[in-house]
Design a protein around this ligand. Structure first.
Ligand SMILES: Cc1cc2nc3c(=O)[nH]c(=O)nc-3n(C[C@H](O)[C@H](O)[C@H](O)COP(=O)(O)OP(=O)(O)OC[C@H]3O[C@@H](n4cnc5c(N)ncnc54)[C@H](O)[C@@H]3O)c2cc1C
Length: 130
């Protein structure tokens, strides 16, 4: 986010992330595709002044308790293009479906996120509007 996000996004989200007030997460992994990001199925479709995101993200660190997530999705903005979106926990359509039970690393909660017609303001697309 520090390198790729536009100035207003950096100003809005980074101070809280750096102070620890905001708990952040990164949502790339999906059920069924593992580490093969080229097979990512989460979609982002532009709808007026927002993108509508649909998909599932698995094994997300801070998924159960995070305030803001950097979500990877396949955008229709370009052929096969992957985009990143900053999604706040309060955005309608972002669901935290479950906290996963792990053998260790229990102080770091891991969970599943579901995006169900999740509307994300177009300016929250990292790298600018397409
Ligand atoms: C505690 C925990 C926290 C996590 N936190 C996050 C998070 O915050 N955000 C997030 O997005 N993800 C997170 N993950 C997911 C993690 O990044 C994935 O587990 C990882 O990408 C591996 O995916 P996979 O387990 O499905 O393995 P797979 O991708 O199925 O791979 C299985 C094995 O096959 C090998 N392999 C895969 N593809 C190939 C290939 N083409 N050629 C040769 N070998 C290959 C791999 O090296 C691996 O050894 C977390 C996972 C855990 C366990």
């Amino acid at each position: 986010m520090a390198h790729n996000a536009q100035e207003p996004l950096r100003r809005r989200y980074l101070p809280g992330c750096l102070s620890g007030e905001t708990i952040a997460g990164l949502a790339m992994t999906e059920p069924g595709i593992g580490s093969d990001s080229t097979a990512m199925t989460t979609k982002a479709v532009r709808d007026g002044e927002a993108y509508v995101l649909n998909g599932r993200k698995m094994f997300i660190t801070n998924g159960p308790n995070g305030d803001v997530f950097l979500v990877y999705a396949r955008s229709t903005a370009g052929p096969g293009k992957l985009s990143m979106f900053i999604v706040e926990k309060g955005f309608p359509g972002l669901l935290r479906t479950r906290k996963l039970k792990k053998m260790g690393m229990r102080s770091s909660p891991t969970g599943e996120l579901v995006l169900e017609d999740c509307r994300v303001p177009a300016e929250n697309r990292v790298g600018g509007r397409a």
